[in-house]
Design a binder for this molecule. Structure first.
Ligand code: AMP
Length: 282
């Protein structure tokens, strides 16, 4: 595996591969890799001739007071993991090159798809994501780009961005990878104290309970949310940011369960904010 930090060098590498007729898979990450990230890399490895994994902790998608400075980093461990997965390139651009002095352009995302859930609690977050991902698309020129269902709103917004802005590539969604006890894998899980880690299991339990209630015929979104909130609140440490049930395809609001729905939540344990979700087809 080759490590490239220079943007022009990355662009040239990708141009060469395209001229050779090879398909390019891109896996954007913020590093501190775990089995969830590696599942994206493995899927890309199966579907594309060459695989680029980008590692960039994007300052633009962190709000004031969020964890940009503390975000866990261990690039030498990430390198070893990616060597094992046979990634071709680890692309590690520097913030000063991605956003040099005088940088002026943003990719703005708006509407119902962006204004709710994480978009409501983290203003500007998705503008940071759509901007950096657009830049990574222009730099790496992928045929396919891989994103986790773990960040359900993010991947939905990026699918819409690719459609609305005519990026010539396909977004591939990869299912959530969980710890054996059900907690969704996240780089942020290392922040959790042992008590918080135990209590964080209420997230997946509450999602499963709602899915079961839907399968048993419950149609009321309000009632399902009450069930989820009661389970989460059984954890003394949990502070709910949001619990939402929306249409899975465009995140539009519903009162009654119909078609495929996305149950999504964000909950804080101490200072650690965790997200999780489940798609349920009726
Ligand atoms: P991050 O490094 O947190 O920005 O994540 C990079 C990519 O990995 C995103 O597309 C995430 O949705 C995806 N990802 C993170 N955690 C998981 C997980 N537990 N299962 C599947 N994909 C994940």
């Amino acid at each position: 595996m080759q490590v490239i930090s220079n943007i022009q060098e990355m662009q040239q590498w990708s141009r060469q591969k395209r001229l050779q007729g090879l398909t390019i898979g891109l896996v954007p990450t913020m590093g501190y890799l775990h089995a969830g990230h590696l599942s994206l890399v493995r899927t890309a490895r199966q579907q594309c001739d060459v695989v680029i994994v980008s590692l960039f902790v994007n300052p633009m998608q962190f709000g004031a007071g969020e964890d940009f400075e503390e975000y866990p980093r261990d690039i030498s461990r990430d390198k070893d993991l990616l060597e094992n997965e046979k990634a071709d390139i680890l692309f590690t651009p520097q913030a000063r090159d991605m956003y040099p002095p005088g940088y002026s352009f943003l990719v703005e995302t708006e509407g119902e798809i962006t204004g709710k859930m994480c978009g409501a609690s983290r203003p500007g977050h998705f503008r940071g994501v759509t901007t950096v991902v657009s830049k990574l698309f222009n730099i790496c020129g992928p045929d396919k780009a891989y994103f986790g269902q773990k960040d359900a709103q993010q991947v939905t917004i990026l699918e819409k961005m690719v459609k609305d802005l005519n990026f010539p590539l396909e977004i591939i969604r990869v299912p959530i990878v969980r710890e054996p006890d059900g907690l969704a894998m996240s780089s942020r899980n290392v922040y959790l104290g042992s008590e918080e880690r135990r209590e964080a299991l209420v997230l997946y339990r509450s999602l499963q309970a709602a899915a079961e209630a839907i399968r048993d015929g419950e149609k009321s979104v309000e009632e399902l949310k009450r069930t989820i909130i009661a389970i989460i609140n059984s954890s003394p440490q949990a502070q709910i940011d949001y619990v939402e049930i929306n249409r899975a395809d465009d995140l539009s609001s519903i009162d009654r369960i119909e078609g495929t729905v996305l149950i999504a939540l964000a909950v804080k344990f101490g200072t650690t904010r965790l997200i999780d979700n489940l798609i349920v087809e009726v």
